[in-house]
Write a protein that binds this ligand. Structure first.
Ligand SMILES: Nc1ncnc2c1ncn2[C@@H]1O[C@H](COP(=O)(O)OP(=O)(O)OP(=O)(O)O)[C@@H](O)[C@H]1O
Ligand SMILES: [Mg+2]
Length: 495
């Protein structure tokens, strides 16, 4: 009987970046691992790629994304980057490669990229590997952020590979893994910076033509003039990154390593290393243990993103005048503020559209009172929203402001002045929304609270609990349960 074909190997890859030529990448080979054992598969993403998940076996995934059978060429991408303020010209894919590019079910380009698949010319003495814990953390970050509505890469598969790794930030030896992630692109701000370093304007122009064609195709239609098109690309990237920063802030997420080699030219969030979700709300909260000065602290993320966008002007200035770039960057603050407000409102159950325009003008904005309350109440940021959602589901909308009581049973009481101020604003909004012209009935507010908040945000203690079960007993059930109950909107009762 002929062997059943592996559906993953029939995916319709198109060599868009490969066709740009070897200036941008090196052909590499994957490592051979002592074992390949599937630990996580993302069925919704398999579906998004046009496959029937039921037709893809675990062994298919191990063959394609653990043993890398039947796929060539594998490309380590070249890039540089500003890391913690210093330029590093020695970067590039040092432990991953571009596996392939294809259009998904919605016609959207997707890259399949690996992490932990072996050394490359850019490994700089590193082992080219990913720890299993690092892979588990990537799975959690991508799924949680996606569930919170953040534009993010996601892990397609995580395969344990049976090696013993030594790391300074994990008890070692520690277990190894290889992951494949889906991202709109693996091209980074640092990909452009490398071409400035090497003074290669023609190669930058080719690269950006590729980026616009794949990731900003509407701009190619609007602008026949190449220069205008690139200015428009930068302008849209500014807006996408501003929205992304707002999404991280509303999600209570600290990326941790906002170097320019971790900034996507498609404006999507990716590379989940030392990230952390907030415990108590604190703008100074720092995720990476090696970020001694708090450069990439939670509250600095918008300003760092804006700074990184300004750094990107340097390579672009090989092709474009500065004036329009600087003018485009000025939009950052306004786009950020408006998007952050919308996202925070949504976590509180609200939307401007719920409320009569006249009534809206009379309402105090809930953003500042929410942050003032959170700054003084030692509760986990995600817990605040989850508990609000639970309270409204259990008790309905309060008929009077006084009926709304501090709803986090296990927490110390909130600071009185900040609580009363927040309570009154939230109550006024909830009543204006429920009485407004939109569809924001009590049930709709309740559904929104459930949809846009996680029952349990994966802050450090939560991730450590999930990891401990894997580490101590090889028990994957807590992780699977957390993923099923926390990140699956269906199970969570949300639409
Ligand atoms: N164990 C390792 N072996 C070789 N190179 C590594 C290793 N860890 C990190 N690097 C390289 O160091 C640089 C910075 O690492 P960083 O953690 O930002 O990226 P990454 O997590 O490896 O990959 P990505 O940005 O694609 O998610 C990258 O060029 C990366 O390839
Ligand atoms: Mg990186």
């Amino acid at each position: 009987m002929p062997a059943r074909p592996n559906p993953l190997m029939g995916l319709p890859f198109e060599g868009a970046l490969e066709d740009l030529g070897p200036e941008y990448w090196d052909v590499v080979e994957a490592a051979t691992f002592p074992l390949t054992r599937l630990r996580f598969r993302n069925n919704p993403l398999l579906h998004q790629l046009g496959l029937d998940p039921a037709s893809v076996s675990d062994d298919d995934l191990e063959a394609a994304y653990g043993r890398f059978e039947g796929r060539a060429p594998l490309l380590a991408l070249r890039y540089h980057g500003h890391q913690f303020g210093s330029y590093n010209p020695l970067l590039g894919d040092g432990r991953g490669f571009l596996y392939g590019q294809l259009r998904d079910r919605h016609g959207q380009w997707q890259d399949l990229g690996t992490k932990g698949s072996g050394t490359t010319p850019w490994s700089r003495g590193g082992d080219g590997r990913l720890t299993l814990k690092g892979g588990v953390r990537e799975v959690i970050a991508g799924e949680a952020l996606n569930r919170l509505g953040v534009s993010t890469s996601r892990t397609l598969s995580l395969i344990e590979t049976g090696e013993a790794l030594w790391r300074g930030d994990e008890p070692s030896p520690t277990r190894s893994a290889v992951m494949v992630r889906l991202a709109r692109t693996h091209l980074r701000f640092g990909t452009c910076e490398r071409l400035l370093f090497r003074r290669q304007p023609a190669q930058l122009e080719r690269l950006l033509r590729h980026v616009v064609a794949l990731h900003y195709p509407h701009l190619a239609v609007i602008h026949s003039d190449g220069e205008q098109r690139l200015v428009a690309f930068y302008g849209e990237l500014v807006q996408r990154v501003a929205r992304l920063a707002a999404e991280w802030m509303a999600a209570g997420f600290t990326h941790g390593v906002l170097n320019t080699d971790n900034m996507s030219l498609a404006g999507e969030s990716f590379d989940y290393g030392p990230f952390a979700f907030l415990e108590t709300w604190d703008p100074g909260f720092t995720a990476a243990y090696f970020d001694h000065d708090g450069l990439y602290a939670y509250g600095r993320q918008p300003i760092v993103c804006q700074h990184n966008l300004r750094l990107l002007q340097e390579p672009l200035a090989m092709l474009l005048p500065r004036g329009p770039l600087e003018a485009a960057l000025e939009a950052f603050g306004g786009v950020y503020a408006a998007h952050y407000r919308r996202r925070l409102l949504r976590r509180l159950g609200f939307d401007d559209g719920d409320i009569e325009v006249g009534a809206l003008a009379d309402l105090p904005d809930p953003v500042a009172p929410t942050l003032r309350l959170l700054a003084g109440w030692p509760v986990a940021y995600g817990r605040f929203f989850a508990a609000l959602a639970e309270h409204v589901r259990a008790c309905g909308l309060p008929a009077t402001a006084d009926e709304l009581v501090p709803f986090i049973g296990e927490a110390p009481p909130p600071p009185r002045t900040e609580w009363l101020a927040w309570r009154d604003v939230w109550w006024r909004w909830s009543h204006a929304a429920a009485a407004g012209p939109g569809t924001a009935t009590e049930a709709a507010i309740c559904a929104r609270l459930r949809r846009w908040n996680l029952p349990e945000a994966p802050n450090r203690p939560v991730i450590e609990r999930l990891w401990a079960a894997i580490d101590e007993r090889d028990d994957w059930t807590p992780l699977q349960q957390w993923l099923a109950q926390t990140v699956s909107p269906g199970r969570n009762g949300a639409g």
